[in-house]
Write a protein that binds this ligand. Sequence first.
Ligand code: NAP
Ligand code: MG
Length: 507
Amino acid sequence: MSFLEYAPAPESRSILNLRDAYGLFIDGEFVEGTGTSFATISPADETHIATISAASEADVDRAVAAARRAYDRTWSKMSGRDRGKYLYRIARLIQERARELAVAESLDNGKPIKESRDVDVPLVAAWFFYYAGWADKLDYAGLGADPRALGVAGQVIPWNFPLLMLAWKIAPALAAGNTVVIKPAETTSLSALVFAEILQQADLPPGVVNIVTGAGATGAAVVSHPDVDKVAFTGSTGVGRAIAKEIAGSGKKLTLELGGKAANIVFDDAPIDQAIEGIVNGIFFNQGHVCCAGSRLLVQENVHDEVIDRLKQRLSTLRLGDPLDKNTDIGAINSREQLERIRALSKIGEDEGAERWTADCVIPDSGFWFAPTIFTNVQASHRIAREEIFGPVLSVLTFRTPAEAIAKANNTPYGLSAGIWTDKGSRILAVADRLRAGVIWANTFNRFDPASPFGGYKESGYGREGGRHGLAAYLAPSSTRPRTRAAIAAAPAAARTSRTAKKGAKR
Ligand code: NAP
Ligand code: MG
């Protein structure tokens, strides 16, 4: 119990202009789905927000057909400069409606308003601004002059950053000249549907973006649709693996952004106060529902007790509760199902002999909640050290030497991210060089920027999102453009030989 009590400071819901029921967004219009519609609820109090249409296979087929028509008739014919104008317009509308989007996101997902307002939504706008800038510069994306779009992209996203994952998927796809069919997660479709209204406001040509809500079966229908040219998925390793199998040999291009079990490594020379904030941000940001969360703390043995004591003190000051309250640090767990998963793995941690500590928070009577939790005395063989808990649960391990820290950090089937805390720049570089992770933060954690590529190794998936690299997933080099015999014959002899020579060199 802290001696300084905060008065409630709830963000008003009056800015929301929600409908009672939402259809699918196909060909620029909201249309009724033919699947069984479902309710979306607030995970903070389990109240009903809206009824949402579910897309059947036939509806997905309609959406893909709309995307194909839009690709053939408008989007692929438009100049990059004009595509960029639409993306800029979308980005500006996101900024204009930022507060509304943040409230919708916190209501539907359970994340604290201060995170949706200060992190998610600003990054969503930044992603559209960034890729708007690329739309007329694709010749400089590193794929040769005049790369071409792939066609229709089928995208499936998770519930942890609903709108941000939508932006990561849609912005590069459109900039590169593709059209889109996207499926949000069943529990968090609301912000995608508000985004659909923004697309209408931006006057985006019908069919360029189609949003098909529904459960896993809708996602499966999107990725397996024969007229989809590119699949982008973010979610669990299990579903990612099934998708990779399903579309193998189909010629569809695939990027997978899956789970992680990141090591956050604290050396004894680290600035401890900063490291504590970094550990908290690493695993308690967004209730730990973060694929790149620093869920394994590797702390040098001689500072272990000091770090853990101070961490517990810091966690005792975090406020858990109403996601719409501006003072809330820890919001609600997104669904009952996810809460059960976190509880089950935490129970396993106790049974395996790790020592559990839980912050003393008042848990609200309704809704889905899990107080910040730390496990110490964790062994590398424990399931809580190997499996993604995807909740506000930190597993603490120790090490004595940098070599041991590196070995332990890499001892995971995943390889998405890692963190290093130390005073020495040379140590940062030496350790980072040997960590098998796609993103490595030094003396900070969970920082995102649209210009910076993001993605994993091993079971964390493949392909990169963000930056120039993120465009490669949505473009084919111009050399793979189907060329007619006449075009080849008409090309100057020098160009013909240099192209052949380059191909030979690559092989
Ligand atoms: P998930 O089942 O992989 O869901 C991700 C997305 O895929 C959702 O839109 C989901 O729809 C959809 N989906 C489910 N089955 C599908 C299928 N067979 N074909 C195509 N799409 C399908 O993940 P989850 O159940 O929400 O979470 C489970 C675990 O995944 C978490 O505990 C966490 O470890 C991990 N996860 C990782 C990330 C990440 O950012 N890398 C994000 C979320 C979860 P529905 O939501 O409607 O079922
Ligand atoms: Mg919901």
